[in-house]
Design a protein around this ligand. Sequence first.
Ligand code: NAD
Ligand code: TYD
Length: 337
Amino acid sequence: MPTKILVTGGCGFIGSNFIRYLLKQYPDIQVVNLDLLTYAGNLANLQGIDQSRYTFIKGDIADASLVDRVVKDQVEAIINFAAESHVDRSLYHPESFINTNILGTQVLLEAARRYQVPRFIQISTDEVYGSLGADDDPFTEKSPLDPSSTYSASKAAADMLIKACEKSFGYKAIITRGSNNYGPYQFPEKLIPLFISNAIENKPLPVYGDGLQVRDWIFVEDHCEAIDLIRQKGKLGEVYNIGGVSEYPNIEMTKTILNVLGKPESLIKYVKDRPGHDRRYALNISKIKKELGWNPKYQVPAGIKKTIDWYLGNKDWWQKIKSGEYRKYYEKHYQGR
Ligand code: NAD
Ligand code: TYD
């Protein structure tokens, strides 16, 4: 019998890359994708996949009766990507972050425990650790949780619920904390796809504050490979950091994108900073390296070139998004900044 894996949020950026990865790597895997199709979920992200091993269910991970029915049906693993994922949007509508990221995770976790699903992987983020100073050592899995935004606080709450479930009921899940991802199918509200697409259209690139905030960038394929390894060989009850070991200040990243595209730096526009803006993220990945032998394959220049090629070759995909509901958000968030 094929192994059935429940992926939630599989119509989003990382989830869709992960489904593509699974179906390509394993001929015997059956994927069930539970996704609410919020503004960030896009059926086009999965166009061309092998439909014979794929089932799509439109629904909310916080819908307990739906989740019960889906999980009851003998799933081997649940990989929970479903989330409200954009820090800036969490400034405007925190409730949906609480509903999906906290309540939704709890509902999934309860069902996983009820049916003793062998593996539950919670896709968390390095943002739960908060911000680092320029000279601080990168976060380890033992660093305290100290979130700064409603997004990261809601993700941290979910991590805590998973730990509580283990202590109270003995059901052990695995938490992964990834750094900033980039690559194909990323919704163009996040830094890299926004700046690539704006630059292609000769529109300004809005850099927050002084642009010296640092992120640790990981190419999405590397992230998917690490999650899959953890799905198979990760130890239950553990937390694994998954970082790209590629720290870049935002302004350097911006200039790299302009340079690869052959666009002028005059497109850079410094704008008012994001409230509560974390200065630096960086992850220590010794644990996953040592225990599972994983290392990222891509560094920023090569990964960014590959990503830019994808956005150049798939203008229809992002132009369609940028012409819809997105425009209202963009105007509200950036106008007069
Ligand atoms: P995304 O915003 O691109 O996609 C989220 C997906 O979840 C969408 O398809 C959306 O429709 C779906 N969704 C939202 N609410 C739902 C609900 N209530 N029920 C079912 N589906 C729902 O997000 P992403 O960038 O692909 O991130 C995926 C996961 O990885 C998130 O949990 C995020 O916290 C985590 N993560 C992201 C990054 C990053 O850089 N993007 C880094 C580390 C961790
Ligand atoms: P983002 O892609 O939103 O990811 P996160 O906030 O989860 O790290 O932003 C990455 C960095 O880029 C972050 O420091 C904020 C900055 N940024 C800008 O300077 N301008 C923008 O328009 C956006 C969207 C982000």
